[in-house]
Write a protein that binds this ligand. Sequence first.
Ligand SMILES: [Zn+2]
Ligand SMILES: [Zn+2]
Length: 146
Amino acid sequence: MSESAEHHGRCLCGAVRVTVTGALGNISACHCDMCKRWSGSIFMGIEVDRGRVKISGPVKTYQSSPFAARGWCELCGSALWFGDTEGRHGDVLELAPGLFDNAGGARLTREVYADRCPEGYALAGDHQRVSRAEYEAENKFVEDAG
Ligand SMILES: [Zn+2]
Ligand SMILES: [Zn+2]
């Protein structure tokens, strides 16, 4: 994969187009309660600097916490991205791998809230697994509603 490559992705209906200039980052998966509800199960994101991402089409956003937002296609509902809106990760978007054929060739390297994965499924492989306590010691997080 060349550093100068462009990666083209799209939502289910095709109204939203995503172009990334340069290499895609790694995939991280999240089992926090917000990602579970928003994605329907596990949210995965490919980390890319915002400045290298162009998105066109009917994108809606939801400010899911005081420091982070999520984007989706208004027409078909496809999840597009998650991203912090401030702080040290504010320049990064986590793009949904499914926007790209073969997930853009990106690999899963990190699973956060790994100890919060429901009992009924699991992600195989020897990627890094970060517990809720480990994650929350170093990152902003949202308290459980309940
Ligand atoms: Zn769409
Ligand atoms: Zn999450």
